[in-house]
Design a protein around this ligand. Structure first.
Ligand code: ASP
Length: 312
């Protein structure tokens, strides 16, 4: 049995210390820590990377602090349309859902697409019908309503602007609150997952990078598992997560080099911003971001849960 490794993220962007209340900061840090502990519990008992990633994302989807599940942002029509995906590095199996409404935990639905259908990606009513058929929990619109998100929508509507989550009070900043996780389990299997409400005031039917394999996530036991957050359109155009894996495979780069190049150069060259968390087959972690901050956490070499927003 080998070692296990685990990391989570809760979004990257213009997260400025001066705009962060101590209460919000401690809620965010506690949420990331709870997700890390959930992953640790599963991995330390020899559980699978796929289970660790799924269950950690469920924890974050249930918290209003993060732009996924319960805390999802509003689209242009004041509705929530959520995207989520999971990928196993063992056999490259994938399950994803896009533009789903009312489903409490989109990541569980993505898992069902992976395990109970021959497909990779289901959208909107089709995905919701699968959730209904499987008896997955739904929640009413009020469950997904948060005052903070509603204000963000009003602000974005006034400016006629599509806004990434948590634009700062002056509307110039950007923060992406998508959540994700990556894991290596003791059996040597990698997995990645991601879940998001997308962008405030996004157009009806807009789908971001999160449910797109290779763009918002990727996992291959031969290279790495990657989960992204940021301006989805750029991650799709760069096929950013697969690009990291491909650089390792074709150019023989290590994870740190490949991740750094894709986020700091290739994504930035296009004008895109965001970050990723990644783990390789030996358990090394990389978490580059080209924004002022990224909500993230990982288990360090001693097994301690470490949470960071900026350099700390
Ligand atoms: N990547 C997500 C999207 O474009 C946004 C985010 O990371 O918050 O839908």
């Amino acid at each position: 049995m080998g070692k296990f490794a685990f990391a989570v993220h809760g979004g990257a962007g213009v997260i400025l210390k001066e705009n962060m209340t101590p209460e919000r900061e401690s809620r965010v840090r506690a949420g990331l820590k709870a997700a890390l502990e959930t992953g640790r519990k599963i991995l330390s008992k020899g559980g699978s990377s796929l289970d660790a990633v799924t269950e950690a994302i469920v924890i974050l989807e249930d918290l209003p602090e993060f732009n996924a599940g319960r805390g999802s942002v509003f689209n242009h029509f004041g509705k929530h349309e959520m995207d989520a995906a999971l990928m196993s590095g063992q056999d490259l199996s994938t399950g994803a859902v896009a533009s789903v409404t009312g489903v409490r935990n989109p990541v569980r639905l993505a898992r069902a697409v992976m395990e109970k259908t021959p497909h990779v990606l289901l959208t909107s009513e089709g995905a919701e019908a699968l959730a209904l058929a499987l008896g997955l929990p739904f929640e009413p619109a009020e469950y997904f309503y948060t005052e903070h998100r509603y204000k963000q929508l009003q602000q974005a509507l006034e400016r006629n602007q599509t806004q990434l989550d948590h634009a700062d009070d002056h509307g110039v900043g950007k923060k992406f609150g998508t959540v994700g996780a990556v894991a290596l389990d003791e059996a040597g299997n990698l997995a990645a997952g991601v879940s998001t409400g997308g962008m405030t005031n996004k157009k009806y039917g807009r789908i971001g990078d999160s449910p797109i394999v290779g763009a918002g996530l990727y996992a291959d036991n031969r290279t790495c598992a990657v989960s992204a957050t940021g301006e989805g359109e750029f991650f799709i155009r760069r096929v950013a997560c697969h690009d990291i894996s491909a650089r390792m495979e074709y150019l023989d780069e290590n994870l740190a080099q490949a991740a750094q190049t894709v986020i700091m150069q290739r994504l930035g060259d296009l004008g895109g911003s965001g970050g990723i968390i990644a783990v390789d087959a030996a358990g090394h972690l990389a978490m580059p971001y080209n924004t002022p901050g990224m909500y993230r956490g990982f288990l360090d070499d001693t097994g301690e849960a470490v949470v960071r927003i900026w350099a700390y």
